[in-house]
Design a protein around this ligand. Structure first.
Ligand SMILES: [Zn+2]
Length: 380
């Protein structure tokens, strides 16, 4: 984690507002991958297009509403909704945040998926941008995806919507709240309910959840929420945190006055999490193998071919990059994840440099092979 403004927490709820329409989802049958990237701290940023302009919005499962920046509000097609919206930051003793105004967005495009008629309140997000270390223009909660199944695969850095509903089994947990993905958890022998919050860096607990269950190691941390900057205690749990079938040991959690305890990204980032709001179930699975960071750290699904990347190997090559290919092949467009070789730069001569693990898209490799067949390889 970066020092300074962390963890970021963005859980909120709309209250006494007019901006209550959570949009309707238009998605093709089957699985659709949503264009996204992940920050170092595992925050998932959805790459959305609104009225022809690209923005990044934090996917925040701890929010029941949608928030946008003034930049979106100014440029987007949509209609203004009467003032008077108030957000409540439930992460901090129910602090109220006044929204400047609210807007109904005609359309939010996420690759092949569209959200139509999405209400959003407009607030200043500069503090959250600072905390994230990169600009975002909004927060988008789970609700717009309620008619489909939403999967965030953190280790493989892939977000998708699908139409195959979850069925109860040993990996699923019932959702215990009408608007938030709240599930039963235990901390040692204490039972409580916590929200699976993709907008929260650390797991967050109330003093009564943590008291008597910590190692005594403690630190003061700062965090950013929609209501401002806050200070809290960070503790380490001396007992395991159990979330359904999964056990987490040595959990570090922020302890402060909050209405809802939350399971944050430090835990979620090891999982594939599937939300089925219609069946009111969540599936939590540990998935192995994180993509190597040197190899396209921000994507583990192929946006061109709509499929998750596979783990494989590629020969290590040395020397100048193939300039012919670089110049002619629309590599980034046609086969962005072929990763058929790993270039370790020039100047090193090695007889048998071997192979390295990579993540690749089989369709990209096929497209690359076809390209070489059609164009030659430009060997000088
Ligand atoms: Zn591909």
């Amino acid at each position: 984690m970066r020092p300074g403004l962390l963890p970021i927490v963005a859980t909120l709820a709309l209250l006494h507002g007019c901006a209550t329409r959570s949009g309707s989802l238009d998605a093709p049958p089957g699985v659709s991958i949503l264009p996204s990237s992940f920050t170092e701290d595992a925050c998932c940023l959805l790459h959305v297009r609104i009225s022809g302009t690209d923005y990044r919005m934090l996917l925040d499962t701890g929010s029941n509403g949608c928030v946008v920046s003034d930049r979106i509000a100014k440029n987007a097609a949509g209609s203004k909704i009467a003032r008077g919206d108030t957000l409540v930051d439930y992460t901090r003793g129910d602090v109220k945040v006044e929204a400047t105004h609210a807007i109904r967005l005609d359309e939010v495009v996420l690759g092949k998926v569209r959200i139509v008629d999405l209400d959003a309140v407009v607030i200043d997000l500069s503090l959250l941008c600072t905390a994230l270390g990169q600009p975002i223009d909004g927060l988008i909660g789970l609700k717009p995806f309620r008619t489909r199944v939403l999967t965030i695969d953190y280790p493989r850095r892939c977000v998708s919507v699908g139409d195959e509903r979850l069925r109860e089994d040993r990996d699923t947990l019932p959702i215990r709240h009408p608007h938030l993905p709240m599930v039963d958890v235990s901390i040692g022998r204490a039972r409580l309910r916590a929200v699976l919050d993709s907008g929260s860096g650390l797991t967050a607990l109330r003093p009564r959840d943590a008291d008597g269950r910590t190692t005594g190691v403690e630190e003061t941390i700062r965090s950013a929420t929609i209501s401002g900057e806050h200070t809290s205690r960070m503790i380490e749990l001396a007992v395991p945190l159990d979330v359904g079938p999964l056990r987490f040991d040595g959990v570090r959690a922020s302890v402060h006055d909050t209405r809802y305890p939350r399971i944050g990204l430090e835990e979620l980032r090891r999982l594939r999490v599937t939300f089925d709001q219609l069946s009111r179930l969540v599936r939590l699975e540990r998935v192995a193998a994180k993509p190597p960071t040197a190899d396209s750290p921000s994507a583990a699904c192929c946006e061109r071919h709509d499929r998750p990347l596979l783990r494989g190997t590629a020969p290590v090559v040395y020397g100048l990059p193939n300039l012919y290919l670089e110049a002619l092949a629309p590599r980034s467009r046609e086969f962005p994840h072929a990763n058929s070789s790993v270039n370790h730069g020039c100047g090193v001569i090695e007889e048998n440099p071997g192979t390295e693990p990579v993540w690749f898209c089989p369709d990209c490799r096929a497209a690359e092979r076809a390209w070489f067949e059609a164009h030659g390889n430009g060997e000088r």
